[in-house]
Design a protein around this ligand. Structure first.
Ligand SMILES: Nc1ncnc2c1ncn2[C@@H]1O[C@H](COP(=O)(O)OP(=O)(O)OP(=O)(O)O)[C@@H](O)[C@H]1O
Length: 272
């Protein structure tokens, strides 16, 4: 599904973002990448999503080596990847329905895509995706009439509608209140459960990472510090990962399952 080996990436200004990162993700896995600001989480997701090429290292995504592909094959591969950004890249004047339908533009022919801007090709499908994010009533609103959190949910609905094989989510709920954040992750996880869809998300909210993801990858300074099933992630590991950053103890989620058993049941830490 995702096989990244020995990734190194230094930005043109000399800033090192990844320093020898390897990650293997199987089909259907749900993996959260956590770590302090600047750890390299976004960079890793961008490489996995084929929008950034590492200086060195091997990249295999959905069984393909993207940088060896012809442009058309690369487009086909990208249509199988759903990307959720912190700030959804949606033109402000676009209607919500078109923003959601854009999830399938990569699979539609040019004419169908253009025609859909005037007459939405599948308004019912877009509505169904939005309803899962509690936004069904905003189908025909303009995107610039939505709040930041609502816009972020439109970005999630777009990926639900796209129905990709691999979802890469970079801080997908950063603009949402706790209840909406939990509901949005529930919708994303429901999309993956039993379908073989793989979900890789970067998150700052550690309680959400431990509640919704089976595997936790801790990054710091461009390296992977740990890569463990969530049951094995301890508070000491989290403290070490975020050492030097302000930490805020919070209560574990009330319906948390075995993720917070034993040693890890100590108050979960939220990094601000
Ligand atoms: N376009 C860029 N040019 C130069 N340096 C960059 C660029 N993008 C990121 N970096 C640097 O690369 C490193 C990793 O950044 P990255 O965005 O991957 O971190 P992150 O873990 O996602 O952080 P955050 O949690 O704040 O989003 C940081 O030191 C950052 O300053």
């Amino acid at each position: 599904m995702l096989d990244l080996r020995g990734l190194r990436l230094v930005h043109p200004n000399g800033q090192r973002a990844l320093d020898g990162v390897s990650l293997h993700v199987k089909r259907g896995e749900r993996l959260a990448v956590i770590g302090p600001s600047g750890a390299g989480k976004t960079t890793l997701l961008r490489i996995a999503g084929t929008s950034l090429r590492p200086n060195t290292g091997d990249v295999q995504v959905l069984g393909e080596a993207p940088w060896g592909l012809a442009a058309r094959q690369l487009r086909t591969l990208r249509a199988r990847i759903g990307t959720i950004h912190q700030a959804a890249p949606i033109p402000p004047r676009l209607r919500v329905v078109s923003a959601v339908l854009a999830g399938r533009l990569g699979r539609w022919g040019t004419w169908r895509a253009l025609a859909s801007l005037a007459h939405p090709a599948d308004a019912a499908g877009a509505h169904a995706a939005l309803a899962r994010l509690d936004l069904g009533d905003r189908l025909f609103d303009r995107c610039d009439r939505l709040s930041g959190g609502q816009l972020q949910r439109v970005g999630i609905a777009r990926v639900l509608y796209q129905a990709p094989d691999l979802i890469l989510a970079d801080e997908p709920v950063s603009a949402l209140d706790p209840t909406s954040a939990d509901a949005a992750l529930r919708a994303l996880v429901a999309q993956c459960e039993g379908t073989g869809v793989t979900l890789v998300a970067s998150l700052h909210a550690l309680d959400l990472a431990l509640r919704w993801f089976d595997r936790i990858v801790g990054m710091r300074e461009g390296r992977i510090e740990f890569d463990l099933p969530r049951e094995q992630v301890t508070q000491a590991m989290l403290q070490q990962l975020y050492a030097g950053d302000p930490l805020l103890p919070i209560q574990p989620p009330v319906d948390a399952d075995s993720a917070l058993d034993g040693e890890a049941r100590a108050p979960v830490l939220m990094c601000r």
